[in-house]
Ligand binder design. Structure first.
Ligand SMILES: Nc1nc2c(ncn2[C@@H]2O[C@H](COP(=O)(O)OP(=O)(O)O)[C@@H](O)[C@H]2O)c(=O)[nH]1
Ligand SMILES: [Mg+2]
Length: 295
């Protein structure tokens, strides 16, 4: 499978972002909690200029809590980096973000010295959703009192924090084919860039390896299939993706399966783990991971 990507205008965007980073106090990077590595862009580390960096692990409602904890621990080993798993649609969870911002830049967030933050991330990770949840009330109030927002490029959250109003869009790094398939599994890469059947087979294989019970339960599978294709056929039969003659329409089966997986119908699933925990058997990981609750 060739995943088409259009990096033509990327360098321009990165230049602009480097410029923006200079003027802000803190970076809010939005990641997909199900694939915190593949949904990031390594360039951000270069653009960062030592600014405090919050990795918002969004869509945490869809990610495996055990794996998310391992990622938080992994990220927070790096200096100046904090990881915050949340669901951007949940106002209460999002409220943790301004608190963390103010803690990371204690010299800011005071009258006359606002904390300036920028939201960045790859397409579809939930940047707009997060900004809307953060700004919802503030935006409404800005409408009542236009003088509050002095610059059209910014959103005054009215808690000492000013956000740049357009999120910085980065492209995923896609260091290998695996990363591309994982991005495609979550739908981060658009449908025109991929072959559904191949992505469906990749996801089926992954689920067989890592979340066997969840997939068997969802599709009431009692005879374990011997291959990803056999699993996708069984799923296709369950979901009624059958063509005349009783054959399974694998393309439709893959589409339906991916739709269910993305919607969380197979339970909470993470597609990648930090390296050091990925090689450890599951049982010992659960015992060894300390409670690293988000702030
Ligand atoms: N399940 C879930 N879906 C989310 C969450 N945040 C955003 N989404 C969905 O992800 C999709 C992309 O969100 P959007 O804010 O447009 O992403 P952006 O491209 O980064 O601005 C939309 O369908 C959102 O409803 C979340 O925390 N959980
Ligand atoms: Mg957006």
């Amino acid at each position: 499978m060739t995943i088409k990507w259009y990096p033509g205008h990327m360098s321009k965007a990165h230049e602009k972002m480097a410029e923006l980073v200079r003027r802000i106090d803190l970076i809010i990077e939005v990641l997909d909690a199900r694939l915190p590595l593949s949904s990031s862009n390594h360039l951000l580390a270069e653009l960062r200029r030592n600014k405090p960096w919050i990795k918002v692990m969004n869509k945490n409602d869809l990610a495996d809590p055990r794996v998310t904890k391992a990622w938080v621990r992994h990220f927070e080993q790096q200096s100046g980096i904090r990881a915050l798993p949340l669901s951007a649609k949940q106002h209460r969870e999002v409220l943790q973000l301004p608190t963390l911002c103010l803690r990371l830049a204690p010299h800011r967030g005071k009258p006359g010295r606002p904390l300036r933050a920028m939201v960045v991330g790859i397409p579809n990770v939930g940047k707009s959703t997060l900004i809307n949840t953060l700004a919802g009330k503030a935006m409404a109030r800005v409408g009542d009192k236009p003088a509050i927002t002095t610059c059209a490029q910014q959103i005054d959250l009215r808690n000492g924090i000013i956000l740049s109003d357009t999120p910085g869009v980065l492209w995923p790094t896609m260091s290998d084919q695996g990363a591309a398939y994982r991005l495609a599994t979550t739908g981060a890469i658009g449908a025109n860039a991929l072959d559904y059947t191949e992505v469906g087979l990749f996801a089926a294989e992954f689920m067989l390896l890592r979340y066997r019970e969840q997939v068997f339960t969802r599709y009431e599978i009692t005879t374990p299939p011997e291959s990803a294709i056999a699993l996708l056929e069984q799923i296709g039969r369950r979901l009624g993706c059958v063509v005349s003659g009783g054959q399974i329409d694998l393309h439709r089966a893959a589409e339906a399966f991916l739709r269910e997986l993305r919607a969380g119908k197979l339970g909470r699933v993470s597609l990648e783990e930090p390296e050091e925990t990925a090689v450890v058997p599951e049982s010992s990981v659960t015992e060894n991971v300390p409670e690293a609750e988000p702030q």
